[in-house]
Design a protein around this ligand. Structure first.
Ligand SMILES: [Ca+2]
Length: 394
């Protein structure tokens, strides 16, 4: 009898333990759209077609705080049609209102959040994003594309097994319906690529970065990020107050691989990296300078900094090429050397003068000139091949 009770107790204990164990071992979030990250899942009562602000309306999979409204494509407000970046629905955040979702993550790992945002009618519109280790406010004043919305990305480090991702409108407008619009929220776990043996630049080919939806045509903007440890573009910092654009080969002309960076904002969009160097040693910085194939109006040029050298390069490819290789020689003065690039001009597209564009950069490398091991290796290979030929012939 006692044994029976003990077994019953054990069974109950196991039953009670089971759900919490399952919760603790929940799989981390997968790369891509968050659950209902596009706000296309209908709320319990269905989508309501009206411009009225619905206080506390339920939005599946999201928790909301303050006045958050589900808006529909084609919805009017005053004399303006509200912009829905993707599909038929998005949300608009009222004064001091927020929306959030908790995701399972791997503690210590870095993640990038990609989202689309549009402004409505406020004078100074911005969106605050907090997740894990970061809280950052993205300024929505500068419109980079004529569509009226842009995709942005920023990174955070997971400080726990769960991360609460929250978007908040920090504004306090007289008209509470003048808040930013949010859509298409996605996540991607970031990997920092290993440093290649003969290239001191990490992620110099820009192949690692935030999530990009395959069918969005405007790339992803990377706003200011002065923390090289937690960057949506691993290894790189985005200096100054404007964004650069992460582009992919589905929509743009990319010099190498699948991804590259388009420098959009003149001197206000600088990307930089501190690379390891040996003092007094000679190095060369090389990169590919190209056109994104987005009808960007010339002239296009890039200013490149490497240590104490600064040089600008005009985009002038040979023949039908869409990119050219350029290099800057420098002597390192310290154990870390800053490499930085920005666009010399403020360019816009020839087909619409409102969308910002600029030169594309890719395949950034820094290597030591003294120990040109790569060159030695290829010479060695050539000698070896010549010897084989000589042996075969004679
Ligand atoms: Ca690339």
């Amino acid at each position: 009898m006692e044994r029976g009770l003990a077994l019953l107790g054990l069974g109950l204990a196991l039953l009670l333990l089971a759900p919490s164990r399952r919760l603790a071992s929940a799989a981390p979030v997968e790369d891509g759209l968050l659950i209902n990250g596009d706000f296309e899942t209908a709320p319990p009562g269905g989508f309501v077609k009206s411009a009225s602000v619905s206080e506390g309306a339920a939005i599946p999979s999201w928790t909301i705080n303050g006045t958050v409204e589900l808006i529909s494509a084609g919805q009017h407000q005053g004399g303006m049609i509200l912009i829905v970046p993707q599909g038929d629905h998005a949300v608009r955040l009222g004064n001091d209102a927020g929306i959030g979702q908790v995701v399972q993550v791997e503690k210590g790992s870095e993640y990038a959040i990609t989202f689309s945002a549009a402004r409505t009618c406020a004078q100074l519109e911005s969106l605050n994003i907090s997740a894990g280790s970061v809280s950052q406010t993205v300024d929505l004043q500068t419109l980079y594309s004529i569509e009226g919305w842009d995709a942005y990305a920023l990174a955070f480090q997971a400080v726990d097994e769960q991360a609460s991702i929250e978007f908040r409108n920090p504004g306090m407008e007289d008209d509470p319906t003048c808040g930013p619009i949010l859509d298409n929220v996605a996540i991607k776990k970031l990997f920092s690529p290993d440093k290649a043996k003969e290239n001191m630049v990490i992620n110099g080919d820009f192949e690692e970065g935030p999530w990009m939806f395959p069918n969005t045509s405007f790339g992803v903007l990377l706003p200011t990020n002065l923390d090289e440890q937690t960057s949506a573009l691993p290894g790189w910092m985005i200096e100054s107050n404007r964004a650069v654009r992460f582009v992919d080969s589905d929509q743009y002309t990319v010099p190498q691989g699948k991804r590259a960076i388009e420098l959009l904002s003149g001197k206000e969009g600088i990307i930089s990296q501190m690379v390891e160097t040996t003092p007094q040693k000679a190095y060369t910085l090389t990169f590919t300078l190209g056109s994104a194939g987005d009808s960007c109006q010339p002239p296009m040029a890039v200013m490149a900094f490497a240590g104490d050298q600064a040089q600008n390069f005009h985009y002038a490819p040979m023949g039908n090429a869409t990119s050219q290789a350029v290099n800057v020689n420098f002597t390192a003065r310290a154990e870390r050397t800053r490499v930085a690039l920005y666009s010399v001009y403020y360019n816009t597209r020839s087909d619409d003068h409102s969308s910002l564009c600029g030169p594309v950069i890719d395949d950034v490398r820094v290597w030591g000139l003294n120990g040109a091991a790569g060159l030695k290796a290829s010479i060695g290979l050539l000698i070896a091949m010549a010897s084989v030929i000589v042996l075969v012939l004679f």
